[in-house]
Ligand binder design. Structure first.
Ligand code: HSE
Length: 344
């Protein structure tokens, strides 16, 4: 059986996923028993195309890479549908929801996710809005409709964190979670430490595809805040809302602050932490001054890291890329493989 996919949002992540799926198609079939068909793509800027018999991904990628509309796709297909109608009309088994994150309203992504569930479709998403604001509700809704809501790519892109903790740390008690959760701000802080300006570092992070569509979410800490909320709610069973968590970004750190830290062999890092104290859970996001030689102090560039402090294993740390086109594309793929295994 081929897993039928509809991609909603065809920016960096959607295209990154498409490239991975296309380039490894044969290997996925023989090595992973995973066969797929892309049946719809809808993007509010790039247009939409739906074809129940499958779309040629190479042509779709070529169109967007030459700044053409998806609706220039050749062949008899339905074109011009909005995202909701695409989800409703397509015969996809899985909706890949990779539209831009809106951390304040979580829309229109939440509507996309709910529509998919109401049509009995699984959702795989790297969108942090619905996951941070409505995880418990959406998880319940998925279960009620007999489908899955998988969000590995919401935290540390393709570096396994949520599935790692849920599957491999099942049975230990996690007492605290602490880490660097925003690739863009870590990249900026690292570049500034090397002597580059804030502005030039941010531009480079945008060019490399690390930053959010509106990068304020990265540098003001809201992206890390969303990830901290997701970690607490998914792994610690809390029902926190981002508005309950103290949050400060990196915009208050000057080039002078960084040079002063450097002279003392220290580095500024944007740290997110969640600490369980009895039945209470405290969470916070903010800049911290760390020794350059410490484990977290050594996490530079777009790398992210998370340390789980547990009862049976003490500290367990996972380090890996925190943002990027192919990295987040891989996160989506890892959830698709999970659904594929479950269906088999
Ligand atoms: N803008 C995010 C970051 C992308 O820089 O970490 C990954 O969530």
């Amino acid at each position: 059986m081929k897993l039928k996919l509809a991609i909603i949002g065809f920016g960096n992540v959607g295209q990154g996923l498409c490239e991975i799926l296309t380039s490894k198609r044969e290997w996925f079939k023989t090595g992973q028993n995973f066969e797929w068909e892309l049946v719809a793509v809808s993007d509010f800027q790039k247009g939409s195309v739906l074809c129940d018999d499958g779309l040629r991904t190479e042509e779709l990628l070529k169109l967007v890479q030459s700044s053409k509309s998806l609706e220039d796709y050749s062949g008899k297909c339905t074109k011009g549908l909005d995202a909701i109608t695409t989800i409703q009309r397509s015969n996809a088994d899985v909706v890949v929801e990779v539209t831009y994150t809106n951390i304040k309203t979580a829309e229109p992504a939440t509507a996309h996710v709910k529509t998919a569930f109401s049509k009995g479709k699984n959702v795989v998403s790297s969108n942090k809005g619905p996951a941070a604001l409505h995880y418990a509700e959406l998880k319940k809704l998925a279960e009620a409709n007999g489908v899955q809501y998988l969000i590995e790519g919401t935290v540390m892109s393709g570096t396994p964190v949520l599935s790692f903790a849920k599957e491999n740390l099942a049975g230990v008690q996690i007492n605290s979670i602490r880490g660097i959760f925003n690739g863009t701000s870590n990249f900026i802080l690292t570049e500034m430490w090397k002597g580059k300006s804030y502005k030039a570092s941010l531009s480079e992070a945008q060019e490399l595809g690390y930053a959010e569509a509106v990068p304020d979410a990265d540098v003001e800490g809201y992206d890390a805040l969303a990830k901290v909320t997701i970690l607490a709610n998914v792994l610690m069973g809390t029902n926190l809302n981002p508005s309950q968590i103290k949050c400060e970004g990196i915009t208050g750190i000057t080039e002078g602050d960084i040079l002063k830290a450097k002279a003392e062999n220290k580095k500024w890092k944007l740290i997110g932490e969640i600490i369980k104290e009895g039945t209470e859970v405290k969470a916070e996001v903010g800049p911290r001054l760390l020794n350059a030689d410490s484990a977290m102090g050594g996490i530079d560039g777009v790398l992210n890291a998370v340390t789980f402090t547990t009862d049976l294993l003490d500290d367990v740390t996972v380090v890996g890329p925190g943002a990027g086109r192919k990295e987040t594309g891989f996160a989506i793929l890892s959830d698709l493989l999970r659904i594929n295994r479950a269906l088999k």
